[in-house]
Design a protein around this ligand. Structure first.
Ligand SMILES: [Zn+2]
Length: 132
């Protein structure tokens, strides 16, 4: 990957980073509003914690992406950006266009995902528990 392309990618990621921070702050404010609303209007603690959980999940994915972007920025600083951390090969430019913070080439990514099923996937595989 050429120096100009890396520079462009860096600028793009730093914009996405700023947007994520803004979006996290917005959601934090929204969560606060919901909490206050619920506390005011309803006395059912189950409803409050349910909404809190949902918002917390959004936060989790935002924070995960923030970490990916931070790692990619560090990789740019070390001059290792665009290299697969697993096999050391160059990551396909098209893949980096789609996922600028990708750490692995598509082949390694797929192999890793096949080896480790993520907790989120596991959760979705668990049977639904009826609420009554
Ligand atoms: Zn690889």
């Amino acid at each position: 990957m050429g120096a100009k392309k890396v520079k462009d990618t860096r600028r793009r990621m730093s914009g996405q980073y700023d947007n994520l921070i803004k979006s996290i702050n917005r959601k934090r404010n929204a969560a606060e509003d919901i909490r206050l609303e619920k506390t005011k209007d309803e006395s059912d603690p189950a409803t409050i914690s349910h909404d809190g959980d949902r918002l917390y999940t959004w936060h989790e994915s935002d924070f995960a992406r923030l970490r990916f972007i931070e790692q990619a920025m560090k990789a740019i600083g070390r001059g290792q950006y665009g290299k697969c951390v697993r096999c050391g090969e160059d990551i396909n430019d098209k893949r980096l266009d789609a996922v600028p913070w990708a750490k692995m080439c598509i082949g390694c990514q797929e192999e890793t995902e096949a080896e480790h099923i993520s907790p989120a996937v596991m959760a979705s595989l668990e049977p639904e528990v009826p609420e009554w």
